[in-house]
Design a protein around this ligand. Structure first.
Ligand code: ATP
Length: 340
């Protein structure tokens, strides 16, 4: 029996219910988790309050009949997750400044590779170069995964592309929508942005080793009308619900992303370049063969995008015939007439 006052893990109970085709007896739950009948009963009631339909039949036990259509919670994600390391250590908060900032703090505190922080809203969601990521509550997904790789810091920028591919694949799996990637890491549907990412790294003072990398992802999931976006991004932003016409379960989406990411990351680790993922990435890359505007802080220029190379740089053929390999770090790319 667990010590008095110790919390029964809701995630464990939900996982067991989800994975059982038949009824799970109260006694089995007590024995398995070393808690009292009352503790089990309390957890079941909490789950019911969150919208889970759980049938309880005397002498048979409990059975999960239906989960809420959309819920973002630690137990909902954990009870669905089958990864080895991605998201195995999971934090969920209703509201935070930025999940990247939280993940960096966990990294400093010694949390392991794969630790994931999920939030329902961010009060200071971040984009690249000090930009802002709009992060309203109750409808979207914001999460950051902490990585502790042993490879050299110059490989880290490719992780953004590894994640972009994972997010694109997961969205396709969950929504069946056609998904594009705008290099390096925006996810676009119908030429509008649904996902933004921010990768941040900390190295040793000599800058020869990675201490940790955090990859943050913000997804517009269930925003139901364009008016919910602030004026300045209304033309360029969209959500999965707006595009698919249906509500998406955010926990299911995150579970799919973590699964795809773990797979893609392990593939990346084998060669430390994108050779194993390039075809899949390239197939989704928008603007290939089209004119693009490269917003390089050192000077803007126009050229034809020819796709990525094995290290994830965008190959751009300039108007004067020269070829530039654009490094992801500080550069944005736009379509010649608009965002894509
Ligand atoms: P790009 O490559 O398009 O310049 P970026 O990678 O440099 O994008 P990000 O850091 O991904 O930029 O995202 C920040 C930008 O995205 C903001 O400046 C704003 O224009 C836009 N934005 C902010 N919040 C959202 C949102 N919820 N949905 C879609 N777009 C958003």
């Amino acid at each position: 029996m667990k010590a008095a006052g110790m919390k029964t893990d809701k995630s464990d109970i939900l996982t067991l219910l989800r994975n059982s085709a038949d009824y799970v007896s109260g006694q089995q739950l007590c024995d398995q988790f070393g808690v009292s009948r009352t503790a089990v009963w309390k957890v079941i009631n909490q789950l019911k309050e969150e919208g889970y339909q759980i049938e309880s039949v005397p002498r048979k036990g409990y059975r999960l009949v239906e989960s809420p259509a959309d819920i973002l919670s630690k137990s909902e994600i954990a009870s669905r997750l089958h990864t080895k390391w991605a998201g195995r250590k999971l934090y969920y908060v209703d509201s935070t400044g930025s999940t990247n900032t939280d993940a960096k703090r966990y990294a400093e505190e010694g949390e392991p590779h794969g630790t994931t922080v999920v939030a329902d809203m961010q009060t200071a969601g971040k984009g690249r170069r000090g930009r802002k990521w709009e992060s309203p509550s109750g409808i979207n997904a914001y999460f950051t995964i902490l990585l502790k790789p042993s490879f050299a810091p110059d490989k880290a920028s490719m992780l953004t592309l590894v994640m972009a591919l994972a997010v694109a694949e997961a969205i396709e799996e969950v929504t069946a929508l056609p998904v594009g990637i705008k290099w390096p890491n925006d996810i676009v549907i119908n030429k509008k942005k649904v996902v933004g990412m921010l990768t941040e790294m900390s190295t040793t003072p000599e800058m020869d080793e990675i201490q940790y990398v955090v990859v943050g992802v913000g997804i517009n999931v269930n925003m139901g009308s364009a008016e919910e976006f602030p004026e300045e991004i209304r033309q360029t932003a969209t959500s999965l619900k707006l595009e698919s016409g249906r509500q998406i379960n955010r926990a299911v989406l995150i579970e799919h992303i973590l699964t795809r990411f773990e797979h893609n990351y392990e593939r990346f680790e084998q060669t430390l370049d994108l050779s194993g993922l390039m075809d899949a990435y390239q197939r989704r890359l928008v603007n290939v063969g089209a004119q693009v505007r490269v917003l390089d802080p050192a000077g803007e220029y126009v050229g034809i995008s020819r796709g990525i190379n094995q290290t994830g740089e965008l190959i751009v053929e300039r108007e004067d015939g020269s070829v530039s390999n654009v490094y992801a770090g500080e550069v944005s790319v736009r379509g010649i007439y608009g965002y894509v």
